[in-house]
Every structure is written in C-alpha cells, then in structure tokens.
Design a protein around this ligand. Sequence first.
Ligand SMILES: C[S@@+](CC[C@H](N)C(=O)[O-])C[C@H]1O[C@@H](n2cnc3c(N)ncnc32)[C@H](O)[C@@H]1O
Length: 265
Amino acid sequence: MIETGIIYTESCLETFKRMPDDFVDMTITSPPYDDLRDYNGYHFPVEDISAGLFAKTKPGGVVIWVVGDRTVNGDETLSSFKHAFAFKAAGFRVHDTMIYAKNNPIPSDCGKRYRQCFEYMFCFSKGQPKTFSPLTQQIKQEKAFKSFRITKVGRNDLAHDHIAPKERKVNNIFFYNVGTSSSKDKIAFEHPAIFPEQLVEDQIKTWTNEGDLVYDCFMGSGTTAKVAELLGRKWIGSEISKEYVALANERLARYVEVHELTTAK
Ligand SMILES: C[S@@+](CC[C@H](N)C(=O)[O-])C[C@H]1O[C@@H](n2cnc3c(N)ncnc32)[C@H](O)[C@@H]1O
C-alpha cells in the first residue's frame, strides 16, 4: 500500500489514505501557510491535515511543525497560533513550543518593529513522547558544592560534596544559519524555502531512534529525506509540485550514490 524511501507526488491528504493508522514515528515539516498565493491560491486545510497526522502518528510519536507568520498591512497573520489550536483540536498535545532563531535573517525593511528573526518549532505529541534524546551542552565551569545544614550550634557540613553535572539539556531556542551555509547541495536552493539541514538533524535525533519512520508531508527540496537517510531512519514524503519532486529526487540521487559507495567498502 505504501513504500518507504519515496516522495509521493500528491497532496499529503492523498498520502494519508495510503498509510495505515499509527504508522509514523515522527513528522517534521514546514507548511506553506502564508505563501498560499505561491501555490495557486489553494485553501490550506490545516484541520484536515492535523487530523490526518494524528491518525497516522504512532502513540508517543511527534510532529515538529515549523511555521512563521507574515505581516500583512502592518498586521501579523498569527497562522502559527491558528495551526497550534488546530493540532490541539485534532488530539495532539502541545508538548513544547520551541523557537528556530536565524543567526543571519534576510534583511528587510520592518518599519517600526524589530527585525524578524525566528519561526516557531511546535512539537505536537500523541500522548507522552516515546523517545527523547536531548541535545546537551557542556557546562563551562564544573563547580563543587559543599552541602551543609545550619543547626542551632552553627554550620554542620555533610559528608558528601555534590559535583555539578558537566552537561545539561540545551534551552528550547535553537539557532541556525539560513541561506547558502544551511546546505551544501546547491540544487536545493532552487526551492524558495528550505530547512537548514542541521535543524532537521537535531530534531530527528531528539525524537527518533535508528530504523524509525520519519515523514515530511510538505517535502519541498527533500531536506528531511536526505537527513533521515543519513541518520539511518526510514522516510516517506509528500510534495504536491512535480517540479519540486524532480528537484528533490535529483538532490537525493547524488547523496544515495555516495551512500552506496560508502557501504560497498
Ligand atoms: C515551506 S515548503 C517546504 C520546504 C522543505 N522544508 C525543504 O526543506 O525544502 C512547503 C512545500 O509544501 C508543498 N505543498 C503545498 N501544499 C501541499 C500539500 N497539500 N501536500 C503536499 N505538499 C504541499 C509546496 O509545493 C512546498 O514545496
């Protein structure tokens, strides 16, 4: 009914019909949201998409939904918020509202407001996430804390010193370069809105294990497919535009050749 390792050239709503329920471990995607005029004015059916993703996600699976808002006539669209409410209504938990901050946002005239430099990375989960392998960071200074108790007769040192852990989970604002340094695949930039590869890598590593199935319902230039393959995950994509599927397949073919050579050694 459905094969992995394929980008289906169709609306994700059609791909949902091919999938059994409780099938996907993780979806990571960036919807077309406020760019509808670039997609022939299609209505963006977020209620149907969120309901479909809920049915097809395994219990404990997650959807990473990367979305920003446009400012139209001085007024932010808040599409991101509308989407979050739609996912909640479909049955997902809003497990974490993370921020994708851009180190080098595209310069724009933003009038009487600060420069826009982030998008939301909502983590919607179907129940409690079954996998969580957080990114960690080194703590700069290892500190030893003496434990003590204040008693009536003064300070009473306890037997054990507590050594602070050397690393901790990172905060939920992730910073990435956008533009040419976000992928080495020049062809990918023929798509107008690609993910930084590192963003996809960080999220896939956090929420899945090797062999898990990763889905991107708006595959675009194939970033999710490439990164999932490199990380030893199975993957499936949907992309409505034939041109973008051709672009993504060309991008992936280069990578798959490299992969085959590597494994043949
Ligand atoms: C923001 S882009 C995704 C880019 C992708 N993250 C990447 O790294 O290249 C959104 C994509 O969704 C596709 N799209 C729009 N509506 C769709 C639908 N109903 N089903 C599948 N793909 C759709 C568009 O053609 C576009 O390529």
